[in-house]
Ligand binder design. Sequence first.
Ligand code: GLC
Ligand code: GLC
Length: 809
Amino acid sequence: MKYGHFDDLNKEYVITNYETPLPWINYLGSDSFFTLLSNTAGGYSFYKDAKLRRITRYRYNNLPLDQDGFHIYIKDKKTIWNPGWQPTRTKLDSYECHHGLGYSTITGSKNKIEVKQELFVPKNDNILLMRVTVKNNDKQKRELDLFSFIEFCLWDAQDDTTNFQRNYSTGEVEVVGSSIYHKTEYRERRNHYAVFFANKKVDSFDTSRDKFMGVYGSPAEPQAVKNGKCANSIAHGWQPVGAHHFHLDLNANESFDVIFGLAYVEVPFDKKFVKPNVINKEPAKQLISKYNTNKKFDEGLNNLKSFWNNLLSGFEVSTSNDKVNRMVNIWNAYQCMVTFNMSRSASYYESGIGRGMGFRDSCQDLLGFVHMIPERARERILDIAATQKEDGGAYHQYQPLTKKGNSDIGGGFNDDPLWLIACVDAYIRETGDWNILKVKVDFDNNHDVADTLLEHLRRSFNYTLNNLGPHRLPLIGRADWNDCLNLNCFSKYPGESFQITGPSEGPVAESVFIAGMFVKYGKAYANILEHLGLNEEAAASRKAVADMEKAVLKDGWDGEWFLRAYDAKGQRVGSKANDEGQIYIEPQGMCVMAGIGVESGEAQKALDSVKKRLETKYGIVILNPAYTSYRLNLGEISSYPPGYKENAGIFCHNNPWVVFAETVMGHGNRAFDLYKKTCPAFLEDISEIHRTEPYVYCQMVAGKDAPTFGEGKNSWLTGTAAWTFTVLTQGILGVQPDYDGLRIDPCIPASVKEYKINRLYRGTMYHITVSNPKGSQKGVKKILVDGKEVPLGVIPASRKKEVNVEIIM
Ligand code: GLC
Ligand code: GLC
């Protein structure tokens, strides 16, 4: 069942049924000010850091669901309703929500009154704009009341939801005309406030939640809305809110519009006040004046649309498959940008107060956006690298506001350092910016021990070699990519962290997955060294990689597939010798991507085993058979009921590894079949089963052992976005940035006859046509550049503005 449809021309998803299986959200903002917005106008805003600078409140796990947000109330005689249906949930006569790139429009109508809410965050300003247009479609005059409502968060989202003995006394506001200033804690150490304004004169307002809602009121029937006016309340402590009220008299066919804005404003410390307790509103007024007319609002929105069109024009594909086109050209790329901005911090499933930026997460996210914003990718790489420890290990997470490694969780996740090589390698292939390797970067944010980025990569590489176990395979530490495979934890007590409890630096437990990574990214590291003329070191690195490859084939091979690990007692994990969890997806994907066993036959066997034992109609489960009881030696993985999350769920993130692996083997039909299974655009028709947004990937789909097989969870913030984008564009469609140019090496279904791609690469627009007259799955026979045949292989980077490339398979 569908709840809407794609509008590819406008790059929107249009939701036509407000009762979506879960809130379907969008992200507004791309620089510093962000808003999460659901299809019923739920959500919240924050500045840079969803934990430390939360601007509005959001109650996670609330009942009824998704009640906090940016709601507009209409009072029409006795009927109270919202254009986005929530929170009154008054039945609407018509409804549409258009989620576009960085903006959303929600339109609802009831009894011949139509209300449209247009929301976006303009480029380069810290403000959420919302224009509300009310149209009387009746033949007669109508009298109505319109209310806006938001609830301020007292900045630190964690403190805001826990420290009530203090917070109920700190709230402060100021009101000037239609501008409501939220200034809690500004009197002391903060130099920032928020302002919620309207560009028209209000008839009344409220800033006290008790007054607007009623102490025992509810968002479904606020006291003020029932009364038809606000109380002009000034909040002192308790819960400061912002509500505007307009009384409307609309003739037949007449419209009324008003622009609201919610801004975050910083003031220099020495200019905080104009009089005792009167805040300096000048910067706020300036910001407001940039967006207080329809013309300025429209300009801001158009700028935003051109920004996105321009960004996405750097990679455009035209195939005969609409779903593929819309994923590459619009939604998958968009999701990559959102993961760039949010990492795993703020979504409808990540509360914004938990994790900051993950080391491995951010490195992998970069694979998906480096081509769109190479300068910001560069900055991100340097930020991440600066949190690396001197021994080459990594803090598992860092806080986006401070950019410092998070010492609560610390390090010891032994795959982390290798992801740094992966992302720097991708960055250099994309940009050719070898100079980045010379940049001096701190270790552990300590400038005294800064060294070049190349030295950071060296320490990443050596970190694996310095931490080998009994089989000369990498020690796993607290966990590798699979955060829940905790071989050194042995946690017996509820509440303990599975990741950081126990003798986490165990000297025995080894990971075949990290071994595969080491081979894959170790080769990339050696290429980099070679390019720099460091031939001896390159040769030594290749030797280390070859040794690892041997170790994997000797002790990391289980007969029909790659083993997952050795536990702390040296026993096999992910082996036919086990009663449960006999085979895992990660080492199959990673080892084959790394090229291990491709020549000697193990790779093919491993992929056959994936097909036989792990594949389902909704994708590949992480392991099989699922663990049915808790295992002390394996940790969190066995804490999940069978079929969920890391215990045999379909973890969308590593499905594309297997797709990549299939392209390594030249299996275009198979690669595309697998790609489709987890791709949201292909799941739109079963939205009632899949439940999460059909325009973005979710982290996990319940596996075949789960009662809710096929149900998605944790949408938006997942490394799946980057990996699926990369596998489709590079593995399948075959456009692979290389050190000195583009390599185009498709691996496609035999039935594909032709497709075209526009790809911006190092300033040149490549117009690529791939034709496949013989119906092959892989293998380029001929390359023409601007009409002239050139040797097979990398097409050297060009200095021209545009280049035509024809690829004949
Ligand atoms: C989550 C984490 C990621 C981890 C994965 C598997 O998605 O963000 O870092 O690799 O789970 O456990
Ligand atoms: C939980 C999740 C896993 C995630 C981890 C982050 O273990 O199952 O997916 O990576 O938390 O700490």
